[in-house]
Each structure stands twice: as structure tokens, then as C-alpha cells.
Design a protein around this ligand. Structure first.
Ligand SMILES: Cc1ncc(COP(=O)(O)O)c(C=O)c1O
Length: 420
């Protein structure tokens, strides 16, 4: 065992990788609790983008050095995302962001749908996993929306079972809620979708920085996520089962290849950022090896990273919830029972009395604490919880580079806010 022991979570090492965590605001070190809207980026990602521009800045498939290097960078990024998803490289599609990818996929799938066919969406989801499917209503597709259980902001699985019928062609569910942190039983839901003969699309954008994705184990048909939420650049990625990527026909220009997955990547890609995607996956793997030196291959190292970050983030979440519950007027949305923390991730939303969330976010922002206010495009949920017309909620997102000191700073600032 010598030299191979599992180490405690090394926050100092983690924070050293992220140059922006040293930013100062009004004399305070910035506390980035805004991760659900986009995480900070380690220097490995910045270096990869710079390297692209210096050594590989060309379009694809040319007969010269920089173009060949660009092709190699894209191939290696596909390989990195294949390890991230646990799929084959040719099942990985790159795109501008999850929203754009999902609209394009919905349009392609919609070509095969008839009036009266049904798609199931949920009240818990970000609108990027609702609106692209609702757009198919124009051709007579019927959208059925699954409700939540308001008390703990979990999906109403009975309602979901009722809404999946013989007419269902696709079920679109988020892996984790970007507002209240609920993790949905997407493996179980995939089985229900498949039993009805429907496809399963998972929006894993919010889950990706918190938990290991395994599309083989889930057996889902499509899964989308965005590297800028897991320490990478502003882009989107899609996993699609090879048979589906080959069968469905994306809208594309005629000279572009018909070969999958490239045929799904409309126009020239942001290749410098694709270079950054590979580096973000490699950063997470490096973190895994730092936490567990026995982790060897990249997938194994990713598993080790998520094991360690899950445990660390759960500790932060526990401290945050316990602290928030002592603040008068606090209303936390979603699961607060520590025994159920495996059903949620470390993203949390609350309202504080009648205070407008923007005012709280501004107060915190002046003290160098970055949080988000509003609905974060989880519009159905904000409406369902009755907060939409009152400025939504205040959201705190904890990821593995956040610290107990930052949680304590937040709690102290909130106490100061209510006692003014
Ligand atoms: C859960 C969830 N789904 C989808 C999206 C949209 O992702 P993108 O910005 O890549 O289009 C977001 C963005 O916040 C999100 O949190």
C-alpha cells in the first residue's frame, strides 16, 4: 500500500489550479458560489486553448501540419469525452452549447414524428430541455409535462408513470435540477421509457460537475452536457447511441460530411475550445489521481475524482444547510434531510422572508460573494413554486473548489443582511 494511499481532499492543491480564485473584490477574495451558471477554469484548460492558437490554428482535414494537428486535437477531445461519458469516441458530438444541440436534435427527431405522437418533459427541468421539444407542437406532437412533489422538489414518479404511454416517443428528463439540486432516478426512468418503446434524452448539464456519468449503465439514448459547467470552456456536448446518430438525419449543408458524428456538427466548430474540453476532462482525471494514486486509466481517475468531490461537496452542503436553518425567515427549496443527500447535489435555492433575491445577491456581491438570483431558466419550476412573480430565488452553488470558509462567510453575510 505504500505510496498508494488515498489522500484527504486537498483543497489547497485544487485551488492552486484555478487562477481566477485569487480575484479580489472590494478587498475580499472572491467566493465563487455561482458554479451552476458556469464554473471557473483551471490553468490546464487555458494552456490548451493557447496551445491551439499557437500550434494548431487551422480548419479541419487540410493537407498541412496545423490542420492535421487540429484534427488530432478534435479526435483527442472526442476520446476524452468518450471516457467522460463511458461511450465510444464516435458517439460524441460537439456544439455551441446544450441548448443549440438540443434544438438541432429535436428538429432531427421531429422529422420522424407524426401528429399525435407524445413527448414527456418535466416541471423540474431547465427550459433548454423543454422548449426544444415543445417546438415540435407545431407539427402536432403532444407534450405531456410531469409534475413535482412540492414538499421536497422531487419528480412525481407516479405522475411520470401515468404520462408515459404507448404514444410516447421520447422522454426528456434532467439528471439534476439546476435550481434545487434534486438528482432524478434517470436510470429507472430510462427503463420506463424503453418499456414503452420511447427514446430517453437526459440533460446532464447540472449533474456533470457533481457526479460521474455512465451512459452505458444508464442505457439512455442521448445525454447532453456543457463543459463550461465542469471546469471547461463555453461549449456543449452530446452523447448519442451510434445507431441513433446514424439513423436520424440532422439538417446540414450539402458539402458537409454525412458521416456521424461529424454530420451533427453544423458549420465550423470552435476548435480552440474543443481543445479546452479535452483539458477539462484531463484536469478532473488529474484531480482523481491526486485524490487516489491507485487510479490508473483516465476513466478510473475520473471515478476517483467524483468519489472524492461527492464526499467533499456533501460536507459543504451539510454545513450550509445547518447554517441556513438558523437564519430567521429562511425557506429552503428541496431536500434538506441529510439522510437523503444522495438524492441531491450541492446546489441550493432559498428565499429569505420577503426579500427580493436580487437585493440579497447584490449585497453579497459587494462583499465578494457571487451567487445567482432569479429562475435560471428553470421557468416551469419557478412558476410551480410560486416564486416567479417575486424575483425567483437566491441560488448558492457549491463545487469542489469551494471551501468551508466560503460557506461560513456566506452565512455571516446573510445574518448581517437580515439584521440590518
Ligand atoms: C440544467 C441545465 N440544462 C441546460 C442548460 C443550458 O445549457 P447551455 O447554456 O449549454 O445551453 C443549463 C444552463 O444553465 C442548465 O443548468
Amino acid at each position: 500500500m505504500q505510496g498508494t494511499e488515498k489522500k484527504a481532499f486537498d483543497t489547497a492543491w485544487v485551488r492552486e489550479q484555478f487562477p481566477s480564485l485569487k480575484l479580489q473584490v472590494n478587498g475580499h477574495t472572491a467566493a465563487f458560489l455561482d458554479g451552476p451558471a458556469g464554473t471557473q477554469v483551471p490553468k490546464q484548460v487555458m494552456d490548451a486553448v493557447q496551445n491551439y492558437f499557437v500550434n494548431a490554428n487551422a480548419n479541419t482535414c487540410g493537407a498541412f501540419a496545423t490542420s492535421r494537428r487540429n484534427d488530432a486535437i478534435i479526435a483527442s477531445a472526442r476520446g476524452a469525452m468518450a471516457d467522460f461519458f463511458n461511450c465510444d469516441s464516435n458517439e460524441v458530438v460537439f456544439g455551441q452549447n446544450m441548448t443549440t444541440i438540443t434544438f438541432a436534435l429535436a428538429r432531427a427527431i421531429g422529422r420522424e414524428l407524426q401528429a399525435g405522437d407524445e413527448i414527456v418533459v418535466t416541471t423540474l427541468d431547465h427550459d433548454a430541455n423543454v422548449a426544444p421539444w415543445r417546438a415540435l407542437e407545431e407539427k402536432g406532437v403532444v407534450i405531456r409535462q410531469v409534475d413535482i412533489r412540492e414538499a421536497d422538489c422531487t419528480l412525481d414518479l407516479e405522475d411520470l408513470r401515468r404520462k408515459i404511454t404507448a404514444k410516447t416517443k421520447l422522454v426528456a428528463v434532467g439528471y439534476a435540477s439546476n435550481m434545487v439540486g434534486t438528482i432524478n432516478p434517470v436510470g429507472e426512468i430510462t427503463k420506463l421509457a424503453h418499456a414503452a418503446g420511447a427514446l430517453m434524452f437526459i440533460d446532464a448539464v447540472h449533474y456533470a460537475p457533481h457526479g460521474l456519468i455512465d451512459v452505458k449503465a444508464l442505457d439512455c439514448d442521448f445525454l447532453a452536457c456543457s463543459p463550461y459547467k465542469f471546469f471547461g470552456p463555453h461549449m456543449g456536448t452530446l452523447y448519442g447511441k451510434r445507431e441513433h446518430l446514424e439513423r436520424f438525419k440532422p439538417y446540414k449543408v450539402r458539402p458537409a460530411t454525412d458521416v456521424s458524428p461529424e454530420c451533427w456538427e453544423t458549420g465550423t466548430q470552435v476548435q480552440e475550445l474543443i481543445a479546452g474540453i479535452a483539458a477539462s476532462v484531463d484536469y478532473i482525471a488529474e484531480l482523481g489521481r491526486h485524490c487516489d494514486s491507485t487510479a490508473k486509466g483516465r476513466r478510473e481517475a475520473l471515478q476517483a475524482a467524483y468519489r472524492a468531490t461527492h464526499q467533499y461537496e456533501t460536507g459543504l452542503l451539510t454545513r450550509l444547510i445547518e447554517g441556513l436553518q438558523t437564519i430567521p425567515g429562511m425557506r429552503i427549496f428541496g431536500i434538506t434531510d441529510a439522510k437523503r443527500f444522495d438524492e441531491r447535489c450541492s446546489t441550493l435555492s432559498f428565499r429569505l422572508g420577503d426579500h427580493n433575491p436580487t437585493k440579497i445577491a447584490t449585497f453579497l456581491g459587494e462583499r465578494g460573494i457571487f451567487t445567482w438570483d432569479g429562475n435560471f431558466y428553470a421557468l416551469n419550476l419557478s412558476e410551480r413554486l410560486g416564486v416567479e412573480q417575486h424575483g425567483g430565488v437566491l441560488r448558492v452553488g457549491l463545487v469542489h473548489y469551494n471551501t468551508t470558509e466560503e460557506v461560513d462567510r456566506l452565512l455571516a453575510a446573510l445574518r448581517e443582511f437580515v439584521s440590518r
